[in-house]
Design a protein around this ligand. Structure first.
Ligand SMILES: Nc1ncnc2c1ncn2[C@@H]1O[C@H](COP(=O)(O)OP(=O)(O)OP(=O)(O)O)[C@@H](O)[C@H]1O
Length: 727
């Protein structure tokens, strides 16, 4: 960080003289000189602004005093490290950037003895019902971030979307990223949050340090340390704001957090964000009317803030909010920062009262850092470079006007775009190497087991309850699912009414009986697998957000969905088979027939889930439906006998659950005799045509169950890979 910003960062004392230097290369003027040179109106305005700044600092100080116990005496470890730092830099003091970022006293102690602070954090998180309780923050700093878009054709120039970007998010500060549209704000935020990676024509290089541990934020264990609120809200449509916030608190706070603390935290969060009136209304979505867009945005913020995160990143948290709500959100972010968190967000042209709430600003222009430092230092910084803030002008508007209207060459020649002058210590040196792993692994700092969150059973239970709640609230879709099942079951039953009792010696009767069975099994597959195929692509944004912010494990999510699908499928198959068994007058024992149809439905659902996990878009999921069913029908042996299928393709039938299920069902239906004589011989021929034999029934069961297990494990694997690679 540049000097001016550092002064601000360390100078919490309201009595302290304003920083004398501003960020960058150009020497800074004295504030007094600036005051006297300004016009009377401007001076008056600045005075009041300064007064408000001092007031802000004073209140910050008061909050700090109230929330933070006095520092313990300097530890031996800290003194020793400070001494080594002094020797290394030969500056007689630790550089400010270092002091305010990676090597603040507590950070060094975390590096040395992380357990002490982490256990302290655990007890604070578990016991306090204040969402703004003091927490152990983290400092994120970065340098040399480049994002390059390579030219499409040979000879076409590469374009820098971000170039040499540097900066930091200090603890206990709010840091805003501003800049004209296309300046690279979202790209920078995404890179820092591990949500962007080199891909296609875009390549990204970066050096990012978390408490001076060089980390790769793309790694899930690093990402899970950062509470992230994306621009587009991905909340469960049928949950209410209260349920969404509680769900996050229950799963992410230590598992010994008392229930009443969770409820109090939720209520306080709702109150702080002005969500009390709509706390029990559905969040809603495209097909379900719910709370407003602004309320949804604030709910997303509440979901992240309720867990008292050490670091919070937000992409345009105030977009779509009216000025009152925007101010409310900024105040909440300020409170979170004062509690110890590092808060970073992108924002578009804030109103001046909102802008003045921020502590730090990173101004990007065409992918480069035009300013980085304290908000209070912006005015002298721009004045020094020949663009003083006009009287009664919103500073946020002014800096954007300068960034957009002044010619690029002039901005450069005026001394904007300061170089990164920080002297960051080498993270590979002995002092800082403790527990460090460039990938973020095995570092105490990255130790995600700093406290025990809800166990896997609680996760499954909460997720399962949420799924069931989702289904019961989404009456239209559950009504359609069961309504259609009943309608089609009755239709099939009426069309094949009593065919089970006809004389099988007549080929047309046997064919109808066989057709009735095929219709029932196909119906059980279609009716259950189709919703399962579409479920994951539709839930994907919510799952990825929750997984990447450490709500639950992939296995817990998977188990909860499996339990929910198993319950729904059991009910659906029961309805279908009960209606058709009696209308068609099937002959096989009801229990075994039910289990066989259920096993087929579950196995088809498993394949559907596998495909659903592999696609990202619900529309693509719809298109995949034929792939799910057509091969099954082709290879099962009832449309075409396997001998007529080309040899090199015959193996495919072994992967079709329908092949094995139909054999089991046929044996139960026709294997116990069809009335003797010619009828028995006809039934035998039917069994042979699908390769069914009573002796192989156990094998058929085993393979059917095996396919279910393989498809499910495949889906779990794909889901995990997707979740880990989420960009
Ligand atoms: N994957 C990508 N491929 C090509 N260009 C990209 C990619 N990602 C970002 N860009 C380009 O990088 C530039 C910065 O984009 P970014 O979304 O970060 O800007 P922004 O400052 O957040 O803009 P806005 O304020 O309009 O949201 C834009 O010109 C954008 O088109």
């Amino acid at each position: 960080m540049a000097d001016g910003a550092n002064d601000e960062a360390v100078g919490d004392n309201p009595e302290q003289a304003p920083s004398e230097e501003v960020v960058g290369d150009v020497p800074s003027p004295k504030k007094a000189k600036r005051k006297s040179a300004a016009a009377a109106a401007a001076a008056g305005k600045r005075k009041s602004k300064r007064a408000s700044t001092l007031k802000k600092e004073a209140s910050k100080k008061a909050v700090d005093k109230e929330q933070h116990a006095p520092d313990p005496p300097e530890s031996e470890a800290y003194s020793e490290i400070k001494e080594q730092l002094n020797q290394r830099y030969s500056l007689g003091r630790i550089p400010e950037a270092v002091k305010t970022t990676s090597f603040a006293k507590q950070d060094l102690e975390v590096g040395r003895n992380p357990k002490v602070l982490l256990s302290k954090k655990s007890s604070i998180l578990a016991s306090s019902d204040d969402p703004f309780a003091t927490r152990e923050g983290k400092t994120l700093l970065w340098r040399d971030i480049n994002m390059v878009l390579s030219g499409k054709k040979d000879g076409e120039k590469d374009r820098y979307l971000l170039e040499g970007v540097w900066g930091e998010v200090p603890q206990r500060k709010t840091t805003a990223i501003m800049g004209p549209s296309g300046a690279g704000k979202t790209s920078l935020l995404n890179i820092l949050a591990g949500r962007a990676a080199s891909r296609g024509r875009v390549s990204i290089q970066s050096e990012i340090r978390l408490n001076n541990y060089v980390v790769d934020p793309k790694k899930i264990e690093v990402r899970q340390h950062i509470a992230f609120v994306a621009q587009d809200d991905s909340l469960q449509v049928t949950a209410t704001p209260r349920e969404s916030i509680y769900f996050s608190a229950k799963l992410r706070l230590p598992k010994d957090t008392p229930e009443k603390t969770l409820i109090k935290l939720t209520n306080k969060m709702l109150q702080e964000l002005g969500l009390e009136k709509c706390a029990d209304t559905f969040v809603g979505g495209a097909l379900l009317k719910g709370i407003s867009g602004g309320e949804r945005k604030r709910t997303s913020i509440g979901v992240e803030l309720v867990v008292k995160p050490a670091m919070v990143f937000l992409d345009e948290p105030t977009s779509g909010l009216d000025s009152f709500s925007a101010m409310q959100v900024c105040r909440v972010l300020q409170k979170v920062a004062h509690a110890g968190s590092s808060v970073l967000f992108t924002i578009h042209q804030p109103a001046s009262d909102i802008f003045n709430q921020f502590d730090q600003l990173i101004l990007l222009n065409r992918g480069r850092v035009m300013y980085q430092g304290a908000v209070d230092d912006i005015e002298p910084y721009f004045q020094q470079r020949g663009h003083p803030l006009p009287p009664r002008y919103n500073p946020a508007d002014w800096i954007m006007t300068v960034a957009q209207s002044v010619p690029w060459e002039e901005l450069i020649s005026c001394g904007f775009f300061p170089e990164d002058k920080r002297h960051l210590p080498d993270p590979d040196t002995e002092i800082f190497v403790d527990g460090k792993d460039a990938s973020g692994h095995h570092s105490d700092e990255m130790d995600d087991k700093s406290y025990i969150r809800a166990g896997i059973l609680t996760q499954v239970h909460l997720l399962y309850s949420r799924e069931i709640r989702n289904i019961t609230r989404d009456k239209a879709s559950i009504g359609a699912r069961f309504g259609l099942t009943i309608f089609l079951a009755v239709l099939i039953g009426i069309i094949f009414l009593d065919v089970g009792n006809t004389d099988k010696a007549k080929p047309q009767n046997l064919q109808s009986h066989f057709g009735a069975l095929i219709m029932v099994v196909l119906m059980s597959m279609f009716g259950t697998a189709q919703p399962a195929l579409l479920a994951f692509p539709e839930e994907r944004p919510v799952f990825l957000r929750e997984y990447s912010t450490s709500h639950y494990s992939v296995v817990a999510y998977f188990m909860a969905r499996l339990s929910m699908e198993a319950s729904l499928t059991a009910l659906q198959v029961l309805l279908l088979l009960t209606i058709d068994y009696f209308l068609i007058s099937l002959n096989g024992p009801f229990g075994i027939m039910y289990i066989a149809v259920y096993a087929l439905a579950m196995s088809s659902t498993a394949l559907a889930v596998l495909l659903g996990c592999a696609v990202e878009d619900p529309k693509l999921g719809q298109e995949m439906l034929p792939i799910l069913f057509v091969p099954q029908m082709l290879f099962a042996g009832f449309f075409v006998v396997p001998e007529l299928i080309p040899v090199w393709l015959r193996w495919a039938r072994y992967l079709c659950s329908l092949t094995w299920a139909i054999r089991i069902i046929m044996v139960e239906e026709f294997g116990n005799g069809c009335g003797g004589g010619e009828a028995d011989a006809a039934c035998e021929r039917v069994l042979n045509s699908v390769g069914a034999s009573e002796d192989e029934t156990w094998w058929n069961w085993l393979i059917l169950i095996g396919l279910f297990v393989v498809f499910r494990l495949g889906a779990l694997f794909i889901l995990r890979q997707k979740a880990l690679k989420f960009y």
